[in-house]
Write a protein that binds this ligand. Structure first.
Ligand code: 13P
Length: 250
């Protein structure tokens, strides 16, 4: 049985004092869940978030990293730097980074490899645009992104990669994919992984759904056969709402 993994992506929100308050409030609300709870926070919140979440079941992640370990890359942060302060997870290839910051399938692949080299667990985002969806290309786009992201990884690394299927048209728009459509897309991704890495590996990979998940739709989405939790944007900024999503099965 795969675990449900519920991750918040704060994006470019929350100052350190807000991060500390939110995590302090969230802690008692999620302490009894069997689901995995992760918060991916801005770089400037990482240290505060790690200290506040110490000795709790809340894990902390970053939202991006560079693939090189160090060097003349002004403004970048490496996997080694993240690991050195105790970060466990890192989002890679979010559609906002692909769209606004020239992230490509190639840099995504390099970053995933660098994450593993530094013992960080990558949460890798894939998803189609509205145009691609309307052209009937969803399956092709998301399976291709998955294949390129995972290229050259060992079976063990693939099993330890979390994939987040986030249709771009559903992000921050209030439009959620139907649970059936989201589940079918995730089955497509899983089948692609099975084709390349074998069924056993594919059955172990956590594949989340992301895009306007909130407490009112989390249960329906997460109770499908193949959606293994969610990557939550806006609804992860408030402790009470995020806790309801984490506790969707209570
Ligand atoms: P929203 O939940 O705000 O739609 O954002 C989804 C997302 O992009 C998470 O990474």
């Amino acid at each position: 049985m795969r675990k449900k993994v519920i991750a918040g992506n704060w994006k470019m929100n929350m100052l350190p004092n807000e991060a500390i308050s939110m995590i302090t409030e969230l802690t008692p609300m999620v302490k009894d869940t069997e689901n995995e709870v992760i918060l991916c926070v801005p770089y400037t919140d990482l240290f505060y978030a790690l200290l506040t979440a110490q000795d709790t079941n809340i894990k902390i992640g970053a939202q991006n990293m560079h693939f090189e370990e160090k060097g003349a890359y002004t403004g970048e942060v490496s996997g080694k730097m993240l690991k050195s302060i105790g970060v466990e997870y890192v989002i890679i290839g979010h559609s906002e980074r692909r769209q606004y910051f020239a992230e490509t399938d190639e840099t995504v692949n390099k970053k995933i490899k660098a994450a593993f080299a530094n013992e960080l667990k990558p949460i890798v985002c894939v998803g189609e645009s509205l145009e691609q969806k309307e052209a009937g290309k969803t399956a092709e786009v998301i399976t291709n992104q998955t294949k390129l992201a995972l290229e050259g990884l060992t079976n063990e690394q693939v099993q330890n990669t979390i994939i987040a299927y986030e249709p771009i048209w559903a992000i921050g728009t209030g439009k959620t994919a139907t649970s059936e459509d989201a589940n079918n897309s995730i089955i497509c991704i899983r089948n692609k992984i099975a084709e390349i890495y074998g069924n056993e590996v594919a059955q172990n990979v956590i594949i989340q759904y992301g895009g306007s998940v909130k407490s009112s739709n989390a249960k329906e989405l997460f109770e499908t056969s193949d959606i293994d939790g969610g990557l939550i944007g806006g609804a992860s900024l408030k402790a009470e709402e995020f806790a309801k999503i984490v506790n969707y099965n209570k």
